[in-house]
Design a protein around this ligand. Sequence first.
Ligand SMILES: [Zn+2]
Length: 204
Amino acid sequence: MKVYVFRAKRRGITRLVVGGLHGREGRVTRPILKEFILEGGPRRGCMVVVPSLCLKKRYISTLKSRYFEVEEGKKLLRLISRFKPDVYVEVHCYAKKAYKSLTSPSRLVKRGVPPFIELENGLLIGSVSPHLLAKRMFKLGLAIEIPCRGDGAKSELLKLLRVIRDEDTVNGVLATLRSLYPKQIELASKLFAEYVERLRAEQS
Ligand SMILES: [Zn+2]
């Protein structure tokens, strides 16, 4: 696992982008995130990019608490504790056949997390695992899914990551995403609010 750290002279938010969280998806996220790294870091604050947390591991869903007990899950928690990101982004890849279940409206009931929303060309945005969210380790957490096959929605993913790198505040990131994908972000925010509400109800 390689960790690339960019620190600008001027103060600002910290972003942590982690690709390839389990299974073999790191093989897909690594080349794209490496290309992103070549563009350089933010003007303000800090940006940490891990192109692949792992390359060849057994697939354990991040929705399962067991994920955070195996090596890659522990590494992820250590990275988050070490860098204390304001914005945390995890980049996964999905097989074509998984698209339907990832975006299914019944995902919240079935899997305990909201459905992913398609931003464009197969690039999906969703919420992170409840196990991570419960730890309150970041202000904004995004789970991204790109297709494992084809070009992995590379240009769409790079566009999204540039927003996260170039905006200087968490609200700035959200506002720019809203202006680029108004309908999708409105829906994703609504789903996220329902998700948080559900988690709160479970905890109390
Ligand atoms: Zn994944």
